[in-house]
Design a protein around this ligand. Structure first.
Ligand code: NDP
Length: 327
């Protein structure tokens, strides 16, 4: 089969494309310009005509994906802004929501061979902050950030703006699938990862050009004093595999699935670095004192997608090997 992957040049999507190719799929990667696709064309040259680029300059324009969806059997929609620099929340909300609804609408009209659409959401669409520790699952929805953005607009926190973009985009996907269920030949699967970490195969020129999550990891390894606290994580290779399995498992249709390895304190990553590496620093073991206010269930991912999660040592080693390769 052939799979359309939006935002193909991103951190997560580059791995999604690679694993799809490894699993024998043909891939059409959507990027904003031919220039942004050049690295992928080179990277995936060994797959010959099984990989192609389609240019979709602006995902917020109506009908943006009309051509891109033609002839594909499935879609992995990953394109969405992930940064904490927006002043006007619309900078994040517009591409997140219009991009999602737009690709579904194009699939409804022109995706006659599409069977499944996987939408990359986030635990940002799941969590609500609270002062006491919580264990969250697929039934939980973020309404806190949405309310904050509704009430405060530009004055809302940067985290709330991003979380709202993911929450409203995911809600829009479910609403769309419900509204058109009698006329579409496909179903939707939503994947909700927390912070995505691990080695990089997309095109980046410098550490400053790293995407938000990989930059957080780089910072933790290079300036550990600046990285207190923690979060929840998933290795990018595991998340990419989840995107492949989400297409292959019939039972994944119509499901919202958290893809998360577990909680971390940044110090845990320093401890997990290879013993011989210069990244073993900080106060070994201090991570165990971190209070994890948010944790996520991952049993649904194991049940439906047969997920097995990589260890911190594996992810740390692969990430550091990647730094060292780049010098
Ligand atoms: P990247 O920034 O590496 O990739 C984002 C991709 O989306 C790029 O291809 C980018 O294109 C595209 N994109 C962003 N904004 C727009 C826009 N306005 N119009 C068109 N395309 C756009 O991020 P990730 O790979 O980390 O994120 C991929 C997905 O995973 C996103 O949906 C994100 O919300 C989700 N996610 C990521 C997490 C993480 O920790 N990394 C955690 C949870 C979810 P371009 O290069 O042209 O800007």
């Amino acid at each position: 089969g052939k799979v359309l992957v939006s935002g193909a040049n991103g951190f997560v999507a580059s791995w999604v494309v690679r694993l799809l190719l490894v699993h024998g799929y043909s891939v059409r990667g959507a990027v904003r310009s031919a220039e942004k696709g050049a690295h992928l064309v080179e990277l995936f040259a060994p797959y010959g005509d099984k990989f192609e680029i389609v240019v979709v300059p602006d995902i917020t324009v109506e009908g943006a994906f009309d051509e891109a969806v033609k002839g594909v059997d499935a879609i992995e929609h990953t394109a969405s802004p992930f940064h904490f620099q927006a002043d006007d929340p619309a900078e994040l909300l517009e591409p997140a929501i219009k991009g999602t609804v737009g690709i579904l609408e194009s699939a409804r009209k022109y995706g006659t061979s599409v069977k499944r659409i996987v939408v990359t959401s986030s635990t940002a669409a799941v969590l609500n902050e609270s002062p006491t520790p919580q264990l969250l699952g697929e039934l939980d929805w973020n309404d806190q950030a949405v309310k904050e953005v509704e009430e405060k607009g530009r004055a809302a926190s940067n985290a709330a703006k991003y979380r709202t973009s993911k929450t409203l985009a995911e809600r829009a996907a479910w609403d769309f699938a419900k509204k058109y269920k009698d006329e579409i030949g496909w179903d939707v699967t939503v994947l909700n990862p927390p912070l995505v970490l691990g080695p990089i195969i997309h095109d980046i020129s410098s550490p400053e050009a790293l995407n938000t999550s990989a930059r957080a990891m780089y910072r933790a390894f290079t300036e550990p004093e600046a990285s207190s606290g923690g979060g929840n994580w998933i290795d990018v290779r595991d998340l990419a595999l989840a995107h492949v399995r989400a297409l292959e498992k019939e039972e994944a249709g119509g499901e919202r699935i958290i893809i998360s390895t577990g909680a971390f304190a940044w110090q845990d990553w320093l401890d997990a670095a290879p013993p011989s590496s210069k990244y073993q620093k900080g106060t070994r073991g201090a991570g165990k004192d971190h209070v994890h206010l948010l944790r996520y269930k991952n049993d649904k991912s194991k049940r439906i997608l047969d997920m097995e999660y990589r260890s911190m040592e594996d992810t740390a080693a692969a990430t550091i090997a990647d730094y060292e390769k780049r010098g």
